[in-house]
Design a protein around this ligand. Structure first.
Ligand SMILES: [Zn+2]
Length: 298
């Protein structure tokens, strides 16, 4: 079982995340990890490397893919990429990683993509146009997309659900523009997070059109927090070749049940609900296809 959507922060960040973020101008992330206006505990967990690997063992996850965060400041991308690549290099049998980039700084993001494989990364993202303030039709993003294309690196894109409830930290994304980008860059594998930002359930026609492309994948990250209960079965049955398992660990996905982050409950929930005939594709094969260089695809 591969968990294609996790995050990781080095210990020196976890010691005082609000202070660390404020020093780097990361106002959005600071608001997510700091004291909340409603007085509730932040949903973000901060496992160290050992706890991360132990949680994988408990969940039956053989490999985790660490996604980069959508930092506002490109210097923060570089800083955290160094820590994440060192974790991945030390545990190459268990951990893979995507490089964080800031597409509003297109040249820099493209440079990161060009050096990504050498630095031990197997993909780019995730990126968030609302938080990072870039446009999918603009030059910055397109430079990044061209670099990913030439390097054969998949790109993970955060999408926020358009309707539904409001919650702390909810920032809109231009999903339709992101879908257009996947139509324009057909040779580039896109992994759209969070069931395409719930478009699978809210905008089924657009989702179906998009998922007919063989460069489009989507993941299940944060499903227990944002998606309908039947999401697993509905999404994977409708698009068995595009669906990829991801948790969003160490987000606390069951805040009413657990104070600390854990990886097992979502893994068990997904195993129970994904139809048997699609399990191998969902938990293992589709992400391997998404990670392949396109020119390797047979
Ligand atoms: Zn994420």
């Amino acid at each position: 079982m591969i968990d294609a959507h996790t995050h990781f922060y080095p210990e020196y960040v976890s010691e005082n995340p609000s202070k660390w973020a404020a020093e780097r101008g990361e106002t959005y992330w600071a608001a997510l990890v700091g004291p909340r206006p409603d007085g509730k505990r932040s949903l973000q967990g901060f496992p160290d490397e050992k706890k991360f690997l132990d949680d994988m063992d408990a969940a039956g996850v053989e490999r985790a893919v660490i996604q980069g965060w959508y930092w506002e400041n490109p210097d923060t991308c570089d800083e955290i990429n160094r820590a994440v690549s060192s974790f991945a290099a030390g545990h190459s049998d268990r951990i893979s990683a995507f490089a964080a980039v800031q597409p509003a700084f297109g040249d820099r993001a493209a440079q990161t993509a060009k050096r990504a494989r050498e630095a031990g990364f197997c993909g780019i993202g995730e990126i968030h146009d609302g938080v990072q303030k870039f446009k999918y039709g603009a030059g910055g993003f397109e430079k990044l997309a061209e670099a990913c294309l030439s390097e054969g690196l998949p790109l993970c894109v955060h999408l926020t659900e358009r309707g539904g409830r409001n919650y702390h930290g909810k920032v809109a994304t231009d999903s339709l523009a992101a879908f257009e980008a996947a139509k324009k860059f057909r040779g580039l594998n896109f992994i759209f997070a969070h069931w395409l930002g719930n478009a699978l359930f809210d905008d089924a026609a657009a989702a179906a059109e998009l998922c007919s492309q063989n460069n489009v994948f989507f993941d299940s990250a944060a499903s227990p927090l944002i998606s309908p209960h039947n999401a697993w079965e509905a999404a994977v049955s409708a698009f068995p070749d595009s669906a990829v398992y991801g948790s969003d660990y160490p987000l606390r996905l069951y805040p009413k049940k657990f104070i600390a982050e854990e990886m097992k409950t979502i893994a068990d929930e997904s195993r129970e609900n994904v139809p048997r005939k699609h399990k191998k594709a969902f938990f293992e094969e589709n992400i391997k296809i998404a990670l392949k260089r396109r020119n390797e695809k047979s």
